[in-house]
Design a protein around this ligand. Structure first.
Ligand SMILES: [Zn+2]
Length: 173
């Protein structure tokens, strides 16, 4: 299924709306090292605003987002660079209730993609049934990773999108 090219893209609208006006009003951080030495891994879900939830300002943390807030090879790659080049030492995993990743089966999803594109995605879809179990396994993956030797603390939370509350699932070890 070909997607028609739209001459007026939403990216253009975003740029027109945001960047031009904001750029003059607020200084961007000048240092690349996160002040809090923390990496936050969380879902791309629009209902999660880590800056608001954790009362952060720009420059405080490295923020890694993907579908689910799960630990993929690319998340490990980024944490490794964050630790070795930019001196972060702690990782905070935040997944959430009503996550899209808990609503579909990865294999069926791949079937659909394969039917439409004649190619099957080689990567894992990382779907899960229970967000609490997913947080636990994500934290375990980080602890078990042989490269992330500079980690001092890992904590795992579920964010309730209805209650706007955080629940700790994996306590710091
Ligand atoms: Zn999600």
């Amino acid at each position: 299924m070909a997607i028609p090219k739209n001459s007026e893209s939403n990216i253009t609208k975003l740029l027109d709306r945001g960047f031009a006006s904001r750029h003059n009003s607020e200084e961007s951080p000048r240092q690349s090292e996160p002040r809090q030495h923390v990496v936050i891994v969380t879902c791309m879900d629009t209902r999660i605003n880590p800056y608001r939830i954790f009362n952060l300002v720009e420059g405080d943390v490295h923020l890694l987002r993907n579908a689910g807030g799960v630990i993929t090879d690319d998340v490990v790659r980024s944490i490794l660079i964050s630790q070795r080049l930019l001196n972060t030492t702690e990782v905070l995993v935040v997944q959430h209730t009503k996550c899209g990743l808990a609503t579909f089966a990865g294999d069926q999803f791949k079937d659909e993609v394969e039917r439409e594109t004649q190619q099957r995605p080689e990567f894992e879809m990382e779907d899960f049934e229970d967000v609490y179990e997913s947080v636990k396994s994500s934290v375990s993956k980080l602890h078990a990773n042989p490269y992330l030797t500079r980690t001092t603390h890992v904590r795992g939370f579920v964010y309730d999108v209805d209650q706007d509350q955080l629940e700790e699932v994996v306590v710091d070890q």
